[in-house]
Design a protein around this ligand. Sequence first.
Ligand code: LLP
Length: 383
Amino acid sequence: MNYSRPYYRYSLPILNQTLIAATEAANQFQFKMHYAIKANNHTRIVQKIKEYGLGVDCVSAEEIEFALLQGWSPTEIVFAGSGKTYFEIQYALEQNVGVIHCESMQEWEIIQEIRANTASKTQIALRINPDLKVETHAKISTGEKHHKFGMGFHEALEIIAIDRSIIGFHFHIGSQILDMQYFESLSLTVRNLLDTLPNNFNLKYLNLGGGLGIDYEQPERNPIPDFEGWMMALRSHLPTSLIPIIHIEPGRSIVGQCGTLVGTVQYLKHLDSQPLAILDVGMNALMRPALYGARHQVTAQSDQLIRVNYTVSGPSCESSDTFGDNFLLPVLKRGDQLIIHSTGAYGASMSLNYNLRRPLESQFIEEEIKTSFKKTENFAEVA
Ligand code: LLP
């Protein structure tokens, strides 16, 4: 029996290839990227991202502190969040972060109060809720007017009428968006809003958020997200002649596919519906399936020809601690290792110590290795 502890495994070659694709597209379409550090904050990963020249998008004082410690200059930091505390705003202003994305009139008032007593170079942009519906998971959609994020355009107009120092606007319509038409709609909506701005407003900053999705179904076939398609869609109604640089905040698309979670089968149960494999890792390390019903591919390294459909679950005392049903896997035994794919984003960074489980170790693959996983369609399925 293999008694190794579960761990996160990160492929630096995949992270590099992703960053090359992202920065090439950003250069081509003139975007400035700020990595949404909430997606993954492992030091080795953020250092690699920093090497490629991305700024950083933070949503708490702790993330700002961490980004500064990692060596980002304050001007490279943008600070977002629907519930920034007084302390966090004060900290951000004292640190002179580049831009705060202000989400409401009340928040603007707090910023004003603190600015009056702090000589800060931080600039203020307003987060607008564009009221756009997006086909993604309801819990990660953010851009409709019933969502808690941002302010209506009328409120933004009121603020810019009294505060001439506002530099521009921020938008973010949601996450894991694969259909580029939503980004085109955002581009059009933003264009229409910009066209109605008062003539004396000088737009210096536009940030269109993150949200580009990754292929959770076929991660090995499509490890690199479509950065070019994303940026082309965002540019569709906002040409460089109108706005030379657009800021964006990718998180998942940068780190999602470079991470896998490796766990070991502890127990097998032969339930009526289908056999069940219980692993030593589950929602404590990867909350996405329990929280959103998210589906991550699960594979096993094996040359066996027979494949069986399994339910794969974690060890916590929660029925929701399951990766799902119908994973076509070789016949499993105790001690077999399973790989849970596409876990580089919102995996480790959202992990829990529920049941006092320790955070997982991370291992890094430095060089390309040829995978020996066989594609499932080549195998005979056994009911
Ligand atoms: N900018 C803002 C203002 C955001 O709220 C987010 C993500 C991003 C950028 C980065 O979005 P991305 O490029 O990663 O889609 N835990 C969820 C995802 C939550 C996303 C929260 N905001 C999940 O595991 O699917």
